[in-house]
Design a protein around this ligand. Structure first.
Ligand code: PLP
Length: 398
């Protein structure tokens, strides 16, 4: 008799974005001009050098002499070599880099490599993929009343600890760290990361480090966990071209699995990739390669600067209106405290109803997100200007 995987039944329905959509739809009936700061998707077009490289690659596939079939599952060496050189100053070897179609998928799929009894720790609030994949991997018990899953170690990130996940009191085996963090927009300092690497070395744990937003860092926070001594013994790193190069419609990312890890995850991940993945399409890998060309780097730098400018515009504007804010320095996300002790959803509804602004309620990312909302600066300058005007008018009213 076929039966469904019982772990799927434990999973809470992902009601956050559905609920946002439902409430936004109903608000749109009264006010069709809603301004969306909820989405975390890029708004600038694909850079021309990337488009050119992809078109050339597609043409190659259409010619007898240059046609290609399946590529290597872990990615072409032309891309892995560029990544090693440009992103890791050759401190990481190309064969420790696995090209994939998504950092989201990799950060979830990596759980297959660990023993079923391993205990997972994650930041609270967290990128929802980490907790959902932990539940699906059978590493949690049932969901409790406050929405957390028993058996998972939550690391509360609060105003008091500057949204830095505290070390767990007990031993954990696998630790998700995201820096700069989605949703808080806060990056971990070198000092904080050193403590985590030290913890992992002492406890023989593995850190799953998600650096999807590293390109947006403006402070001196590390861009990679491998900037920390001995991190290659205890950390896997995920990176993505999605946000830094506008690849959300294409899908290209990579995962670094060092050969020096204290358990043989490199060979296991290689095995997994060869069993379950046919590799990222050749034209997309050529497009990713173009992000490292001189012209590619130039355009992408301008795009990142544009997103950083927008984040600052939104942050400065909100701050001027008296909101208490965090993040937004090293990531295009601003973590805003709801005024007057409002709950996340209350503040969401207030902004939606009175200003036609859509944000994301912080409580949807975990219990420590209660009382906050996330603003994404992946919008246009014009949208930000309009939103700030509306909020100013709202402040004058109340
Ligand atoms: C923390 C984090 N990691 C990974 C991703 C997704 O990366 P990809 O588009 O490569 O799947 C996102 C996208 O929202 C993210 O916020």
């Amino acid at each position: 008799m076929a039966e469904i995987n019982p772990h799927y039944q434990k999973l809470k329905m992902s009601y956050l974005f559905q609920e946002i959509e439902k409430r936004s739809e109903s608000a749109r009936l009264k006010n069709p001009d809603l301004l969306n700061f909820g989405i975390g998707d890029v708004t600038l077009p694909l850079a021309k050098p990337i488009v050119k490289a992809m078109c050339a690659a597609i043409s190659e596939l259409g010619e007898t002499n240059t046609h290609r079939g399946y590529g290597p599952g872990g990615g072409y060496s032309f891309l892995r070599e560029k990544i090693a050189q440009h992103d890791f100053s050759d401190q990481i070897s190309p064969d420790e880099i696995f090209i994939s179609n998504s950092a989201k998928s990799d950060s979830a799929n990596i759980q297959e490599l660990f023993h079923p009894n391993n205990i997972v720790a994650l930041a609270d609030p967290t990128y929802p993929v980490y907790i959902d994949s932990t539940v699906l991997a059978g590493r949690s018990k049932e969901v409790s009343e406050n929405g957390t899953y028993e058996g998972v170690t939550y690391l509360p990130c609060t105003e008091e600890n500057n949204f830095t996940p505290p070390l767990p009191s007990g031993a954990v085996d696998v630790i998700y760290l995201c820096s700069p963090n989605n949703p808080t927009g806060v990056a971990l300092t070198k000092n904080a990361l050193e403590k985590w690497v030290d913890y992992a070395l002492k406890n023989k744990a593995i850190i799953l480090f998600d650096a999807a937003y590293e390109a947006f860092i403006t402070s001196n926070a590390p861009h990679s966990i491998y900037e920390i001594e001995n991190a290659n013994k205890v950390a896997i790193e995920f990176r993505s071209f999605s946000k830094k190069a506008g690849f959300t419609s294409l899908g290209c990312a990579y995962t670094v699995v060092p050969k020096d890890l204290h358990i043989p995850l490199h060979s296991l991940w290689k095995r997994r990739v060869s069993t379950k993945f046919n590799g990222v399409p050749y034209p997309i890998q050529r497009g990713a390669e173009a992000t490292y060309s001189e012209s590619g780097k130039e355009v992408l730098k301008c795009q990142i600067v544009q997103y950083q400018k927008q984040t600052k515009q939104l942050r400065d504007g909100l701050q001027k209106l008296g909101y208490t804010l965090f993040g937004g320095i090293d990531a295009p996300y601003i973590w805003c405290k709801a005024p007057s002790k409002m709950k996340s959803w209350e503040f969401f509804d207030y902004l939606l109803e009175h200003a036609g602004i859509i944000c994301t309620p912080g409580s949807g990312f975990g219990p420590s997100g209660e009382g906050f909302v996330r603003f994404s600066a992946f919008a246009s300058e014009n949208t930000i200007t309009q939103a700030l005007k509306r909020l100013e008018a709202l402040c004058a009213l109340h």
